[in-house]
Design a protein around this ligand. Structure first.
Ligand code: CA
Length: 492
């Protein structure tokens, strides 16, 4: 199956990289569209899980026309750290954020000195856009610089009287290599609820909204909301913005990178009317249907604008589905397929995610790869694609999978191991058939470790992909070796 990353280039003007390498023919540069769903599980897609209670025809189409990665992982089991990894090619545990996610008022997380995929690809003549959920911190303006920006709890009814919402907001997409941006600051359950276009609020922010936490899936926090902002229409609004951008780009001579991080199917589960009651997995399933339709609208626009042939489309997710054992029981649907646990966990349900790529003419149809891939790998892949010579400190946790996309599946793995990280900051490493977890329990929302449990967990992922049989006590040598590997990479 495939994800579509759209890379398209039309101009034939040779350009010179800052590193001195020369791109001979920009016409060969494909456009890239990255559709990053929020909390979409591997088992939600009907092309990956034949028992899914949700039909996802457009994602299935990408899989059919392109390829599927069956061993793809987000670098973290939650939002902000995964997004950090996608944009920088670096594990987020190397940043100041060691666990959890950012609030809507956290300052920018990506150090200004880091090279992002957008900055890198811009050197190859690409136009770049970020449309959707940011969640990587922003530098808000204060009315009185001698006072703290937020008084009280940034999560719940924050006192934001010292924030100047009318001023330009720094540290966002424009400060990280994106020529154009239309974003909400963090998740759709985290305040403030506002749209920023190129770092400016699109309307006045004078109201507040009260949060909710029922029924299941309808959760959002209390705080500031922009005039005209409706939580129910955010996914639709962002999709229309993305479509508008694609239409605009069809007239441009430059290739483009569209980074399109959706706000769904993350909470609050708020599908639009046409989707309600259409899936076999309740409101959540209906919302996944709407996500699939967003993908379909992107595909249709690319075709209509004659961009489809020269565009790589990628569809993936920032972490596993927020789907509990109770949800599974009620709906007879496994959002995280056979994987143990869910979003937030160190177990596979936290980070073993769908990854589909379509690239007409390059990726042959209907391919499946079991190469171990991490979402940090986009950095090196796009670097190779655009012939960008990386410095050692650029994308340090990134391995190019371009050869897999173009059909030259290497005999040995592109990356020999991958580090996993949970919401609480628990670590694990997968290497070969083994996965070692450096702690007890799920490291997230599923299960706490018990005192009588072994100090760590070791699973043979080939024979036990559902992590049922902990072999930690029986294999001290393997544990020692994996722990050393993990520490080596952590301390690099
Ligand atoms: Ca997420």
């Amino acid at each position: 199956m495939k994800t579509n990353v759209f890379l398209a280039g039309i101009s034939t003007v040779p350009i010179i990289f800052s590193t001195g390498s020369k791109i001979e023919n920009l016409a060969d540069r494909p456009n890239i569209v990255i559709i990053l769903a929020d909390d979409l599980g591997y088992g939600d897609l009907s092309c990956l899980n034949s028992a899914s209670r949700i039909k996802t025809p457009f994602m299935d189409q990408i899989a059919r026309q392109g390829m599927v990665f069956t061993s793809a992982h987000s670098p973290s089991a939650v939002s902000s750290p995964t997004r950090y990894g996608i944009l920088t090619g670096e594990y987020c545990f190397r940043s100041p954020l060691k666990s959890g996610v950012l609030t809507g008022y956290s300052p920018r997380l990506i150090d200004a000195k880091k090279t992002t995929i957008a900055e890198m690809i811009r050197l190859a003549g690409y136009q770049t856009a970020c449309i959707g959920k940011w969640h990587l911190g922003l530098d808000w303006a204060r009315k009185d610089s001698s006072l703290p920006m937020i008084i009280g709890d940034p999560w719940n009814r924050p006192n934001t009287r010292n924030i100047d919402y009318s001023a330009a907001v720094g540290g966002g997409p424009d400060a990280n290599g994106f020529d154009y941006s239309y974003i909400i600051p963090s998740s759709l359950d985290i305040t403030p609820y506002i749209y920023l276009r190129n770092g400016k609020s699109i309307a006045k922010v004078a109201d507040t909204i009260s949060g909710r936490d029922n029924p299941r899936g309808i959760f959002y926090r209390s705080g500031d909301i922009q005039e005209g902002f409706k939580l129910e229409t955010v996914l639709e609004t962002l999709t229309s913005e993305a479509i508008g951008y694609l239409k605009q780009q069809s007239a441009s001579k430059s290739p483009f990178l569209l980074y399109f991080p959706l706000t769904a199917p993350h909470e609050p589960w708020l599908p639009s009317d046409p989707y309600k009651g259409k899936s076999g997995a309740g409101t959540y399933g209906d919302f996944v249907n709407q996500v699939d339709d967003c993908v379909g609208r992107v595909l249709a626009t690319l075709e209509e604008q004659h961009l489809d042939k020269n565009t790589i489309v990628i569809v993936t997710s920032d972490n596993g589905s927020n789907w509990t054992p109770e949800d599974i029981k009620i709906w007879n649907h496994k959002g995280n397929w056979i994987f143990r646990g869910q979003k937030s966990d160190i177990w596979e349900g936290g980070h073993h995610i769908p990854l589909l790529v379509r690239w007409p003419g390059k990726i042959s149809e209907g391919r499946v790869s079991d190469q171990l891939v991490c979402l940090t790998d986009f950095f090196a892949t796009f670097a190779e694609l655009t012939n960008y010579k990386r410095n050692q400190d650029e994308g340090p946790d990134s391995f190019s999978f371009l050869s897999v996309l173009t059909g030259k599946e290497p005999a040995s793995p592109l990356r020999t191991s991958i580090i996993h990280h949970s919401i609480s900051g628990m670590f694990a490493i997968t290497s070969g058939n083994w996965k070692f977890i450096d702690g007890k329990g799920s490291g997230g929302w599923s299960e706490k470790g018990r005192p009588e449990d072994p100090a760590g967990q070791l699973y043979n992922m080939k024979s036990d992909p559902s992590e049922k049989n902990n072999l930690f006590d029986q294999n001290p040598d393997i544990v020692r070796d994996l722990k050393n590997q993990l520490n080596d990479i952590k301390n690099r």
